[in-house]
Design a protein around this ligand. Structure first.
Ligand SMILES: [Zn+2]
Length: 619
C-alpha cells in the first residue's frame, strides 16, 4: 500500500534521463486501493547531471547490464541477474561464481570472485598477496543499488576492459544479493519513500528476519553462509551497500563506520584518515555529493537546527560486527529520494574508489588490522553514548530548504521540503563516548547443557576447547537480577531481555564436555560481547539463557511457617532483619508470598542456582 507505479511514471516522464513506460498491470492488482492511496508523493526532485553518467554504456554495447538497458528504470530479477552473470563469467576467465549456501527457500546466495590470477579458493587468493575487497549488496533487497553497480564494475574490470587495471591491484569479491528470498518478494510497493527502481524487493528474509540485525545471534541460514564466507576468505575490507530513508538533504551517497571509541581504534583511524578523504574526493570528482551516514540521523525529524547525532553500531549490524571482529567494515547508504541512476552510479564510483584506496594503503591497513586483533585490551566497551561533558561540534550541512506547518492529518506539525539546496551550520553530537565497559576475563566457561551455542561460536570463527575431564574451578559468575522484557514485544523473532548482573565468586563444577573460550584471540572482543550479560548483543539479552530465570521447587506454607518461627526464635540477627524489612518495605509487608519466600531463601532447601548465569569467568 506503498510505492506507486503511477507516481514513478510521472517523475520518469518529467525526468529527461528516463523514458516513461506506462504499464497497465498495476491497476488491476491493487484495485482494492484507491488511486490516491497508491500514489506516493515524494518531495521535488533536485536535478543532477554528474560526470559519472558517462560510466553507463551505450545501448549497442554487447555487455550492457539489464538496468542500463532500461535506462535505470528497472533492476533485474534473481534469475535474470544470475543468467547475465553466468554469461559474463563464461566470457571472463578472471571470474568465478561460488555459492555461499542456500536461503530458506533454496536459492543459492552467489558470490562472484574476481582475480587476475584466476585463483578461486581462499588459500590461493591469499597467496597473491593483493588486498581483497568484499562488497555485499541487497542485505535489504529493496535497497538494491549495489547489485546493479557491481554488475557494471565486474563487466568493466573484465569483458569490457575499461577498468582492467583494478584487478592488477586487488581481488574483488561481490555478492549481488545477500537476502535472495526478500529480493524475489518484489513489487512496486516495496519502499514507499524511494525513487526507483520500479519494482523493489522486501526488507526481510522469508522468515521475516532482518539480516542486518542477525550478525551476532545468527538465526538465519543466509547469515550463517555469510559469516562462514568472511572467515574463509578473510577480506581486507567489507562493504555493506544500502539505501537510506529519512529527511531530504543534498547528499546522494553517504558512508560510515564505527570510529574512535569502538573495538578497532587502529582500523578506525585508517578509515577516518585515509579511506574517507580519498573516497570523498573521488565521489566529488564524479559529480556526487558524499557525506557521512550520520547526516540522516536528525535529532528532531522536524527540525534540522537541533542537529544530528553520530552513533556507534552494535554488533548485530554489519558495521558494528566488523568493528568487534576487527574487520574494516564500511556501511554505504545512498539517499532514497535521489533517482536510481544517480544512486547506482554513485555506488559504482564508491566501489571503484574503495578498491583503489585499499590497494594504495594496504600495508598500513594490514598493520592496523594486526594491531587491533592483538590488542587484547584489559577492558572492552559494551555501550556508547554522547559524552555529557563534551560540547557538540558545529558542522556545515548540505540541506534542502524546508518548513514546518500545522497538520490537520496528524494534529501535530509536518515538514515540507521544497527542493532548493541550501547550506547551514548545525550541531553534531558524537555518540562514541564509552558509557559502559567490562573487564576482560582470561576465558569463559560454558557448561555442556548450553552446548547449542557451540555451533554459533564455530560459525563466528571463535576458538574454544572442549574439556574431556570434569573440572572444579574458581570463577566469577553473575546472578542475573532485575529481569525486564525489553521491549514488550518480539524483536527479530526473540523476546529480548535486560538484566542487572551481580558478580559473585564461586568454585564451580564444570563437567566434561564444557567449553573454554579464551579471550586472548583475534575474536576475543566478540566473545566478550556475546558472553557478558550487560552487553546488548549478548546471548543473555537475545534470550538464549531464559531457563535460568525459572524457580522450579517450592515449599508448602504449612511446613515453612513453623520453621520460620523456630528460625526467628533461635537467631536474634535474623529476627532483627525481619523486623527492619517489615518496617521499611511496604510491598514486602503487604505480600504474604514475598514474606514466605524470604524465609524460604534463608534455608538450604531454596534453589541456590536460581538466576545464576552458568557461564563462568576465569579471571
Ligand atoms: Zn538498509
Amino acid at each position: 500500500m506503498k510505492h506507486s507505479f503511477f507516481l514513478i511514471s510521472i517523475w520518469l516522464a518529467a525526468n529527461p534521463l528516463f523514458g516513461a513506460e506506462p504499464s497497465a498491470t498495476r491497476a488491476t492488482t491493487v484495485s482494492q486501493f484507491s488511486e490516491a492511496a497508491s500514489h506516493a508523493i515524494l518531495p521535488p526532485l533536485v536535478p543532477w547531471n554528474g560526470k559519472s553518467r558517462a560510466l553507463a554504456v551505450s545501448k549497442t554495447d554487447p555487455w550492457i547490464t539489464p538496468s542500463e538497458k532500461s535506462d535505470f528504470r528497472l533492476s533485474p530479477s534473481y534469475d535474470e541477474t544470475v543468467a547475465w552473470l553466468r554469461k559474463l563469467v563464461t566470457a571472463a576467465p578472471e571470474l568465478k561464481m561460488i555459492s555461499l549456501g542456500k536461503s530458506s527457500e533454496g536459492r543459492d546466495i552467489w558470490m562472484v570472485v574476481a582475480t587476475r590470477e584466476k585463483q578461486f579458493t581462499p588459500e590461493q587468493l591469499h597467496q597473491n598477496g593483493k588486498p581483497t575487497i568484499f562488497a555485499q549488496a541487497g542485505i535489504h533487497p529493496g535497497e538494491i543499488d549495489g547489485k546493479d553497480a557491481g554488475l557494471m564494475l565486474l563487466r568493466d574490470m573484465t569483458a569490457r576492459g575499461t577498468k582492467k587495471e583494478l584487478l592488477d591491484r586487488a581481488n574483488f569479491l561481490f555478492v549481488p544479493f545477500f537476502n535472495v528470498d526478500g529480493h524475489e518478494r518484489s513489487s512496486q510497493f516495496g519502499r514507499v519513500n524511494q525513487r526507483g527502481p520500479e519494482k523493489m524487493g522486501w526488507r526481510t528474509n522469508s522468515k521475516n528476519l532482518n539480516l542486518n540485525r542477525d550478525y551476532t545471534k545468527i538465526d538465519s541460514p543466509e547469515m550463517e553462509g555469510m559469516i562462514r564466507t568472511l572467515n574463509q576468505w578473510q577480506p581486507d575490507l567489507y562493504l555493506d551497500l544500502h539505501v537510506t530513508d529519512g529527511a531530504d538533504y543534498q547528499y546522494d551517497i553517504t558512508f560510515g563506520f564505527n570510529g574512535a571509541g569502538g573495538h578497532s581504534p587502529a582500523i578506525a583511524d585508517w578509515l577516518e584518515r585515509t579511506f574517507r578523504p580519498a573516497v570523498t574526493k573521488d565521489l566529488v570528482a564524479m559529480g556526487h555529493i558524499p557525506g557521512s551516514t550520520d547526516v540522516a540521523n536528525w535529532i528532531d525529524p522536524l527540525d534540522l537546527s537541533k542537529g544530528i547525532k553520530a552513533w556507534m553500531s552494535d554488533a548485530r549490524f554489519s558495521n558494528g560486527y566488523g568493528d568487534v571482529r576487527h574487520l574494516p567494515t564500511v556501511l554505504v547508504e545512498t539517499h532514497s529520494l535521489k533517482p536510481y541512476n544517480q544512486r547506482v552510479l554513485g555506488t559504482y564510483v564508491l566501489l571503484e574508489s574503495a578498491i583503489r584506496t585499499t590497494a594504495a594503503g594496504i600495508s598500513p591497513l594490514r598493520q592496523a588490522i594486526g594491531a587491533d586483533r592483538k590488542a587484547n585490551a584489559p577492558t572492552v566497551p559494551i555501550s556508547w553514548d554522547v559524552d555529557p561533558n563534551a560540547p557538540a561540534e558545529t558542522i556545515e550541512y548540505k540541506a534542502i530548504e524546508s518548513r514546518t506547518v500545522p497538520s490537520a492529518i496528524s494534529g501535530g506539525l509536518r515538514i515540507e521540503f521544497n527542493g532548493k539546496p541550501m547550506t547551514t551550520k548545525i550541531p553534531c553530537q558524537h555518540g562514541n563516548h564509552v558509557s559502559a565497559s567490562v573487564r576482560r576475563p582470561k576465558a569463559y566457561w560454558i557448561p555442556p547443557a548450553w552446548s547449542e551455542l557451540e555451533a554459533r561460536l564455530q560459525i563466528h570463527g571463535i576458538q574454544f576447547e572442549r574439556t574431556t575431564e570434569p573440572r572444579d574451578l574458581k570463577v566469577s559468575m553473575y546472578r542475573l537480577e532485575e529481569l525486564k522484557l525489553q521491549p514488550e514485544q518480539p524483536f527479530e523473532g526473540r523476546f529480548q531481555i535486560t538484566v542487572k548482573p551481580i558478580a559473585e565468586e564461586r568454585t564451580e563444577h564444570y563437567p566434561a564436555g564444557s567449553l573454554r573460550v579464551p579471550t586472548n584471540q583475534p575474536l576475543g572482543d566478540l566473545a566478550v560481547i556475546l558472553f557478558e550479560p550487560a552487553a546488548p548483543d549478548s546471548f543473555v539479552q537475545w534470550g538464549f539463557f531464559n531457563e535460568v530465570f525459572q524457580h522450579t521447587e517450592y515449599i508448602e506454607g504449612y511446613i515453612l511457617e513453623p520453621m520460620a518461627e523456630r528460625m526467628l526464635a533461635n537467631d536474634q540477627k535474623l529476627a532483627e532483619e525481619f523486623r527492619q524489612k517489615l518496617a521499611t518495605d511496604e510491598t514486602f509487608r503487604a505480600s504474604s508470598t514475598e514474606r514466605l519466600r524470604w524465609f524460604y531463601s534463608k534455608t538450604p532447601f531454596f534453589d541456590e542456582r536460581w538466576k545464576l548465569y552458568p557461564v563462568g569467568r576465569e579471571e
